[in-house]
Design a protein. Sequence first.
Length: 344
Amino acid sequence: MNIILALVIFSIIILFHELGHFLLAKYNDVKVNEFCLGLGPTLVGFTKGETKYSLKLLPFGGACMMEGEDEDSADDRSFNHKTVWQRFSIVAAGPIFNFIMAFAFSLIVVACVGFDRPVLTDVMEGYPAQEAGLLPGDEIVKLGSKRIHLYREVSFYTYFHAGEPVEVTYQRDGQKYETVLTPMYDKESGRYLFGFYGAAGRTKGNVLQTIQYGVYEVKYWICTTVESLGQLVTGHVSVNDLSGPVGIVKTIGDTYTQTRSEGMFYVMLSMMNMCILLSANLGVMNLLPIPALDGGRLVFLIIESVRKKRFDPNKEGALNFVFLMLLMVLMVVIMFNDIRKLMM
């Protein structure tokens, strides 16, 4: 069941990403040779019009293969014959569709269960929050320069800035106050804490608030992904800390196990939350300025718009292929790390 759920979630996210490329390619009259889910040899497929639709052997990944995308082509409807900004819109559509999908699921989740406002429910004795005079009912509105809309953002801020003093802006009775808190290390939890509790329940809002907090939900996961990448670049986390498909399957399985006793409604909401997380994550990762990813292609297009001259498509395609192989090696390393963690 865990694997089936994971495959369904992966398939939905990948298909929607590739659908973005596909729809913008069609809109800009680019010939799409193949639209597929999965990688490797074709299991089943059919051709409709000029496009082959297929299901591949390996269940992770997908592609929208356009004429002249990675090689030179004389076809007038090839990708490389379109203007820079037409190609830019086609490439950018994949990640943008991931963010749209994350937002759509966020609307459903927020409408069903509400949102976690950053309002304090209690203050721990002897911790910085109490010493600074914070009280239950205070609402955290800013940590440093970061605006806070969800209580989870407070928890992740302390995780990414462990032990660092921060200027806290909070609201009480309609008035804003500022103080500086330095998180205290808690031996029992093994974390740095400000010393307050929050988000005891969720708040349901009106239609406008649902849309507003749907945006905040997507923003939260995008910022979390970006912060995590920053931690990887600065060496605060290593490749061994990353999770690939195997780790994600386990997380989905654990989530399903924890929520199935509460009924299918909560299972569905939990799976939607996983879709939000993974779709926002895929959108961010694909925008990284690395060849073989959408972000790398966008960099080539931006440079082309400045130079007024396109890179050799064959050389660009070769570079994309090299980095694709490197990314595949990285995925294999992450997969083996996931397996090692499962066996520990």
